[in-house]
Write a protein that binds this ligand. Structure first.
Ligand SMILES: *Cc1c(COP(=O)(O)O)cnc(C)c1O
Length: 448
């Protein structure tokens, strides 16, 4: 079997996600045969370093023997069972562990099977909580500009990346959007902390004006990943927690991308010492193996639904594959690795090395900023550094870096004009060097 036969078969029947399919008239699809560690291999033996963890899901490498073994054991025991009225060991064990490792006060786990669905759960749960409590006017949500929470209609409505959202506006409920603490926008000389603190005044004012009609504020703690890896200081989250308490509004933390160590701590909320009212997890939850998501919440929210059946206060939301046992066993294996190996400690060193490896780009005429939070590093390329004028999106500069990466065996997938690394945690120094060199050369080439 070679790549080209599979490519033709692929294009005959597949419609790929997030893709203008016409691009594939000249941009070849890459069929992958196998994966091992940070490496993916195609059908002609060419290897690609997975610098983006296959859309931010993989934590401990492809085909990890330890996770594989746990899934195989589970497969011979129980592949799936309905989670309404029934339960199983992996989902009980996983819930106990999630409650133990997430911020204190998150005591109940409601499962779904992908990130967007967990956001839909959070939306409905928050709205329904207030309804059950007698707040009939609360039906709106506050979101940050440049935020991303997924692609289903509810999730899209509380996001703000126009590339994904604009087309579908007429189908979406209206969210209240306040300026993001995105520190790329800070004034020169101002620190991340100062900028994040200052910009919070917009949130404060919005809460003050709208609290009586607002159910919750949605945030991606510390890094707006799909929004071009824009980052901010934990102080924003501390202020938000206080304000949400003051104005009687839920705080919903979308840690779907940033959870499980990406920002340096197991969960990003830890850096502000806050507990959200609802926390959504997915992506790294199963180590990048199987679709699973969870909305964790407080006993207080749970109790607002707990009543005699005929009072009709129950949360009647479900998905067919909710809490799938195979996915839960992959998640348990992933949590075992965190428990038994000094993952976060090792990552500190890896993230330092990532930064060192691209430091020569610091004074590149078309690099506006190199920014980093934990294991996420982003390089923002720009047309004019003095006026901060971006490259027009039509030029697709990032795509040139993508193509350069593929030629050199590295899967980089820039977001617009932002080249970033978000690799599996099993990456070593030589692999970081290769990833960095390829990005540096790609950026040189794409900005000529
Ligand atoms: C990926 C992502 C989602 C959506 O998850 P899916 O599994 O792709 O539906 C939601 N929020 C954030 C922050 C994400 O990065």
């Amino acid at each position: 079997m070679d790549n080209s036969i599979l490519r033709n078969r692929d294009l005959t029947t597949l419609w790929h996600p997030c893709t203008q399919m016409k691009d594939h008239e000249w941009l070849p699809i890459i069929p992958i045969k196998s994966g091992k560690g940070v490496w993916l291999e195609d059908f002609e033996g060419k290897q690609y370093l997975d610098a983006i963890s296959s859309w931010w899901v993989n934590l401990f490498g492809h085909s990890n023997p330890f996770i594989n073994e746990r899934i195989k054991q589970q497969l011979d025991t129980l592949e799936h069972v309905i989670l309404a009225g029934f339960s199983h060991e992996p989902v009980i064990e996983l819930s106990e562990q999630l409650v133990a490792i997430t911020p204190p006060g998150l005591d109940k786990c409601f499962y779904a099977d992908n990130g967007s669905s967990a956001i839909e759960v959070a939306l409905k749960m928050s709205y329904h909580y207030w309804l059950n409590k007698g707040y009939k006017n609360k039906s709106k949500f506050i979101t940050l500009s440049n935020s991303y929470h997924g692609e289903t209609l509810g999730a899209l409505a509380v996001g703000d990346v126009s590339l994904y959202k604009e087309t579908y506006q007429p189908l979406l409920m209206q969210a209240i959007t306040v300026p993001s603490p995105d520190c790329f926008q800070r004034e020169t000389g101002s620190s991340w902390h100062e900028h994040s603190e200052k910009i919070f005044s917009h949130m404060q004012q919005t809460l003050e004006a709208h609290a009586d009609e607002v159910c919750a504020v949605f945030v991606e703690p510390l890094v707006q990943c799909a929004g071009n890896m824009r980052m901010y200081d934990p102080v924003y989250l501390s202020l938000l927690r206080k304000a949400c308490d003051e104005y009687n509004v839920h705080l919903i933390a979308d840690e779907i991308a940033v959870g499980f160590g990406r920002t340096g701590t197991l969960f990003a909320c830890e850096q502000a010492s806050i507990t959200p009212d609802i926390m959504c997890l997915s992506k790294g939850l199963t180590g990048g193996y199987l679709p699973l998501s969870v909305a964790l919440t407080t006993n207080n929210i749970y109790q607002a639904f707990y009543d005699d059946y005929e009072n009709l206060t129950a949360f009647l939301h479900s998905h067919s594959y909710t809490g799938n046992p195979l996915a839960c066993s992959a998640a348990l294996a992933t949590l075992d690795i965190f428990a038994n190996q000094p993952v976060l400690e090792n990552n500190k060193q890896l993230s330092r090395y990532m930064l060192e490896s691209v430091s020569e780009l610091g004074d590149h005429p078309h690099v506006a900023e190199i920014r980093q939070t934990g294991m996420i590093l982003a390089i923002e390329i720009i047309k004019d550094k003095k006026t901060m004028q971006p490259y027009p999106w039509q030029e697709r500069r990032g795509l040139k870096v993508y193509q350069h990466g593929l030629q050199n065996g590295v899967l980089l997938r820039p977001l617009g004009n932002v080249v970033y690394f978000m690799p599996p945690y099993v990456i070593n120094h030589d692999e970081i060097k290769l990833m960095a060199k390829t990005a540096i050369d790609g950026i040189h080439g794409a900005t000529q």
